[in-house]
Design a protein around this ligand. Structure first.
Ligand code: NI
Length: 259
């Protein structure tokens, strides 16, 4: 029993077999999947999937790749979506200075605005940070004590991990922890305090071994759980229960299996 705290079931990659994908996740023992919007149309799709499938919950936000397209109506639309049933977070928001698909200055401004939206709505945030560690930390520091959430697919070093934990954030580990060359990530994953650790797939991206290179899906989160359990010297069932509990607490999913 565990939760995939970050997937993109609304993406086109799942249009052909979404129901089967969700069925395999349930069969693998997942009790919830958080599907995370990245554009306004995808956020709408994520919210409607949450309405259709008991296992699915949604997050709404504009991904750093897409923030160059935000206009006056975007925040009104996000506010309305955030008020729908089973919307549990604002995300995926953040900074991506690797691809730089939106100008950096705009990324910084839109990230701050979406954090303020989460603060206003009292929702946790799901943060994407790629090659923008210092800038991400600076923005989170300014809001110390006002936000809760997760750095998804965490890729920082141990010092950054410690600071994020001190700021009250959770860290989520994805499939790359299973890759041969990921020694630094494994070192970080070993040290994350038990109550702040989440796991995710980021499906359809970043499939864990032995599926690397294929389309990822929520059922594969068990491979990441297995790897993390080994790194942390605990039973896989225990790791799964712990990360499930953490995700339920952070996203307010309630104590029981969704029905
Ligand atoms: Ni993602």
């Amino acid at each position: 029993m565990t939760i995939d705290s970050h997937a993109h079931l609304e993406m086109e990659a799942f249009d052909g077999d979404r129901e089967a994908v969700i069925g395999r996740a349930a069969a693998a023992g997942l009790t919830a999947i958080i599907t995370v919007g990245t554009t306004l149309p995808d956020c709408e799709k994520a919210v409607s999937l949450a309405g259709l499938y008991p296992l699915v919950h949604a997050a709404v936000g504009i991904h750093p790749h897409e923030v160059k397209g935000i206009d006056a109506g975007t925040y009104d639309a996000l506010r309305i979506l955030a008020g729908q049933a089973k919307v549990v977070a604002i995300g995926e928001i953040g900074l991506d200075f690797f691809y730089d698909l939106s100008p950096r200055e705009i990324q910084l401004r839109r990230f701050a605005e979406q954090l303020d939206l989460a603060d206003e709505l009292d929702l946790p945030v799901i943060i994407h940070d790629r090659e923008a560690h210092a800038e991400t930390l600076a923005i989170l520091r300014q809001r110390k004590g006002r936000l809760r959430g997760v750095l998804h697919c965490f890729s920082g070093d141990p010092a950054m991990a410690r600071e994020c934990i001190a700021l009250g954030f959770h860290l989520s580990v994805a499939g790359p922890v299973t890759y041969r060359k990921a020694d630094q990530l494994r070192a970080v994953a070993r040290e994350i305090p038990a109550e702040r650790l989440l796991i995710e797939t980021d499906a359809p991206y970043l499939a864990p071994r032995p599926y690397r290179g294929k389309r990822n899906e929520p059922a594969y989160v068990v491979e990441t759980a297995r790897c993390l359990a080994e790194i942390r010297g605990m039973a896989v069932g225990e790791l799964e229960r712990m990360t499930e509990h953490n995700a339920r607490r952070l996203f307010g999913l309630g104590g029981k299996k969704s029905t």
